[in-house]
Ligand binder design. Structure first.
Ligand SMILES: [Zn+2]
Length: 415
């Protein structure tokens, strides 16, 4: 299967891109080659896709179900009771709905943490996206639960051959307040043994810091360092309440931080210290978190909120400029975990979005990155390609109506 993208603007210059299989095989200003399929991208820009570095995809089913509440009240009284009723089929449809939404706004790759792993993995695979997929590992400090969770994760890891190579297994210990030290140690050893990434929620609320001080006599990042959990394979979501010492530890172990500004603002968790992290040289990726705390999965919107939030809290309009925010939304996770997708270049995997420069939000086009961050909404994205497959062409996604129907039926059963 070959695909030719004709006359797209890449870094301001017109370019034809030939994709054979999943790889970009040739790029030149005018390729006189035939291909199985041709996309006319005249008047459009081709860019790397967005990467959602932290979400719980199937929570799309809970969109708007419980808003305007405090985190623990929200989790304990609304989210967890409903999640207890979820089946693998519900998760399958919820994840498909989430994928639909992410593709429509230009995301091809994400990090997922949710229950019923097989439902998520199957849905993401069918939608043609790439992901680090984790089950949720929670033992609530109960050794029996811990044992069950380890066996489950081992079984899930062994089941990976049924999915395409776009689906990567990831370990997902939920947080230090829901997972015992024994299980965190098991996660670290399992990750080392099989070279797997780990994703965890970290330092999201003041309560978490206080509990950690009470239980372990130190702050969360210090605790994770003490038990030798941290490393460049750790993707830590939120990281809001950090001392300077903790920031230095995160840098020393090259932990990848995920910023979720909308979720943090909605739940009043606090503000991630972006500038301090940046000055310390810590890598910051961007994510939406789940749909019940956001309430969408639109990385274009997330970029704008990130930029505005840090300007507003610092009183400095130069903080979090468009190019830095755009970098967080596209690069750090890809460089580290999907190096073959790092950039639109010959020999790389063909992952790209084609953005419609005729969209009224992108006119005039003094600065495309500025327009993407501050002006665009998701529908500026015209076409999405991942591993050489067209996931959306001229805003049409195959099976869209069936996905909406399936998700609505799942919600009807649940609520
Ligand atoms: Zn989360």
């Amino acid at each position: 299967m070959s695909l030719l993208v004709k006359k797209a603007l890449l870094n301001g210059l017109e370019c034809d891109i030939l994709i054979e299989g999943k790889v970009i095989s040739r790029m030149a200003s005018n390729l006189n080659i035939s291909a199985d399929e041709v996309i006319d991208a005249e008047g459009m820009a081709v860019l790397p896709p967005f990467v959602n570095a932290h979400t719980h995809a199937a929570m799309s089913l809970l969109r708007g179900y419980a808003d305007d509440m405090e985190l623990m009240d929200w989790l304990q009284n609304k989210i967890w009771p409903l999640e207890a009723k979820l089946t693998e089929e519900d998760v399958y449809w919820g994840t498909k709905l989430a994928c639909l939404e992410m593709i429509k706004s230009g995301t091809t790759t994400f990090v997922d943490m949710y229950w019923h792993f097989s439902g998520s993995a199957k849905a993401i695979d069918e939608m043609g996206m790439k992901a680090l997929v984790s089950g949720v590992l929670i033992d609530m400090f109960d050794p029996k639960q811990a044992c069950k969770q380890r066996e489950l994760n081992e079984a899930l890891y062994d089941s990976m051959s049924q999915y395409s190579d776009r689906i990567h297994f990831c370990l997902g210990p939920h947080a230090i307040y829901t997972v015992s030290e024994e299980s965190l140690n098991w996660v670290r050893n399992f990750a080392d043994k099989h070279k797997l990434p780990i994703t965890i929620h970290l330092s999201e609320t003041e309560t978490e810091i206080q509990q950690c001080m009470d239980m372990h006599g130190c702050r969360p990042v210090e605790y994770l360092e003490k038990i030798r959990f941290l490393g460049p394979d750790v993707i830590a979501a939120h990281c809001i309440h950090l001392s300077d010492e903790e920031i230095a530890i995160l840098k020393q172990h090259e932990v990848l931080i995920v910023h979720n500004p909308i979720s943090n603002m909605k739940l009043c968790s606090g503000v991630m210290p972006y500038q301090r992290l940046k000055e310390a040289g810590v890598s910051v990726a961007l994510g939406t978190d789940g749909c019940s705390s956001n309430n969408n999965l639109n990385m274009v919107e997330e970029m704008k909120v990130m930029a505005l939030l840090h300007k507003n809290v610092s009183g400095n309009p130069k903080i979090a400029p468009a190019n830095e925010v755009y970098h967080s939304a596209t690069k750090p996770l890809i460089e580290r975990f999907f190096p073959k997708s790092n950039g639109i270049a010959e020999g790389n995997n063909a992952d790209m979005i084609i953005v419609n420069l005729h969209h009224h939000q992108l006119i005039p086009n003094h600065n495309l990155i500025s327009n993407l961050v501050y002006s665009g909404t998701g529908d500026i994205v015209d076409t999405v390609i991942c591993d050489g497959n067209i996931l959306m062409k001229h805003r049409k996604i195959e099976g869209e109506e069936e996905i909406k129907r399936g998700a609505l039926e799942a919600v009807k059963r649940l609520v």
